[in-house]
Ligand binder design. Structure first.
Ligand SMILES: NC(=O)c1ccc[n+]([C@@H]2O[C@H](COP(=O)([O-])OP(=O)(O)OC[C@H]3O[C@@H](n4cnc5c(N)ncnc54)[C@H](O)[C@@H]3O)[C@@H](O)[C@H]2O)c1
Length: 380
């Protein structure tokens, strides 16, 4: 069994939990899970979500079943097994500031250090192998050393994601069990030298940062296509408009900057030059819901100076795309724990993440990253 904890019980968290339970009862095929066609030491069905956290007062205290019902409606098959996972209260530290819902947070009831200890105690009892971070994207900076990271985190001068990362490292250190922290959001953890040092010294692993799901991996592969054919890309436009709360949160400039940073790093890495580009989530339009509108436009110079262009228009279900990848990341996280690794694993990050850690590592085409990942797993 692979024991997983969800930080953030929003769309992605709930889609993941519902999809997993539906797979377990044979109601749906395993499409959208990249490695499901290979034999890994752990099956998709082996994943057990042992706890979920949130800070939204509308979610804390409800079960993942209730949250699934809210999203999918009364007629959808939301497995009753999710009734046993009741959303617990997490640490907030302003991660939901400016969003239109009432929130709570353990640090509002206890001094921060005590709140963190309470969380670690809960995790010691829950015995997670993998902790998945899918909370609202928040602003955050990198630390140059472990000491700076720990100092800022314990002083309350850090985003919730970094507090959770610290708690995961402490959990690994105190129990000696090892754990993998999957950072599926842009707030830097795997690209954060201070936190990485903390993970290395605590016997914990981090995969990150920011799950690569919709247009970004497609753009990466198209850029590779251009690079291999020596076509000179003049510009790249890629934008998304969505109607879920993630897109609403990203209308905040600070949060949006985080996404832009994780999405844009690939252009220079893959082409070898920084073609002018506009790659970022662009707007919120409620009626689109979770099915975002993606547009892409690229122009390049071909043989003898001729100019070609490409246009892509797509509607993509946002949350299931990440949820499917998380199924693999959870299994890979457990494999990393079994191997007693610490720090981060570039081969995993390069395929699954928009900004693969550690800091300054290369963003390569996902088609190449996939081969490297299979090699790392001994499957190719
Ligand atoms: N395809 C994708 O959907 C995709 C791809 C890459 C990254 N992401 C990232 O995944 C994250 C989740 O996306 P979503 O669509 O589920 O968003 P969402 O807004 O539906 O869910 C986020 C949840 O996190 C909760 N939360 C906020 N701060 C918290 C805290 N400190 N502790 C615990 N819970 C907290 C919120 O209350 C909310 O329930 C976002 O940061 C998003 O940028 C999503």
């Amino acid at each position: 069994m692979v024991r997983a904890i969800l930080l953030g019980s929003g769309y992605v968290g709930t889609y993941l939990a519902v999809g997993l339970e539906r797979i377990k009862k044979g109601a749906v095929a395993k499409y959208g899970i990249p490695l499901s066609k290979y034999d890994l030491p752990y099956r998709v069905e082996d994943i057990e979500i042992v706890a979920a956290y949130d800070v939204d007062l509308e979610k804390v205290g409800k079960s993942l079943y209730d949250l699934g019902r809210n999203i999918f409606g009364e007629d959808y098959d939301v497995p009753e097994t999710l009734k046993k996972v009741v959303v617990r209260e997490g640490i907030n530290l302003g991660s939901t500031q400016g969003l239109p819902f009432r929130t709570t947070g353990l640090e509002k009831k206890y001094p921060l250090k005590e709140a963190i200890d309470k969380l670690i105690e809960e995790w010691i009892n829950l015995k997670p192998d993998v902790i998945v971070n899918v909370i609202t994207t928040e602003e955050g900076t990198a630390y140059s050393s472990k000491d700076e990271a720990v100092d800022k985190i314990l002083r309350g001068d850090a985003p919730a994601t970094h507090v959770y990362a610290y708690a995961a490292a402490e959990y690994a250190k105190r129990t000696g069990r090892g754990v993998t922290f999957v950072n599926a959001i842009p707030t830097p953890v795997a690209n954060n030298p201070g936190l990485l040092q903390l993970f290395e010294e605590s016997g914990a692993v981090v995969f990150g940062d920011d799950g690569a799901t919709g247009a970004t991996p497609l753009t990466a592969d198209l850029l590779e296509h251009m690079a291999e054919r020596n076509r000179f890309v003049e510009f790249v436009v890629q934008f998304n408009i969505g109607g879920n709360t993630d897109f609403l949160a990203l209308t905040d400039p600070g949060r949006n900057k985080m996404k832009e940073t994780t999405k844009s790093s690939m252009v220079k890495d893959i082409l070898g030059y920084d073609a002018p580009h506009y790659i970022r989530p662009t707007g919120y339009l409620e009626p689109l819901g979770d099915k975002k509108y993606v547009a892409m436009h690229m122009e390049w110079i071909s043989f003898n100076g001729f100019r070609d262009s490409l246009f892509i228009s797509a509607r993509i279900n946002d949350s299931p795309a990440l949820a499917g990848m998380l199924v693999d990341l959870i299994r890979l996280g457990k494999i990393a724990v079994d191997k007693k690794l610490s720090g981060t694993v570039y081969e995993v990050n390069a395929f699954f993440m928009k900004k693969p850690g550690p800091l300054n590592s290369k963003n390569i085409a996902k088609t190449h990253a996939y081969r490297q990942l299979l090699h790392w797993l001994g499957l190719a």
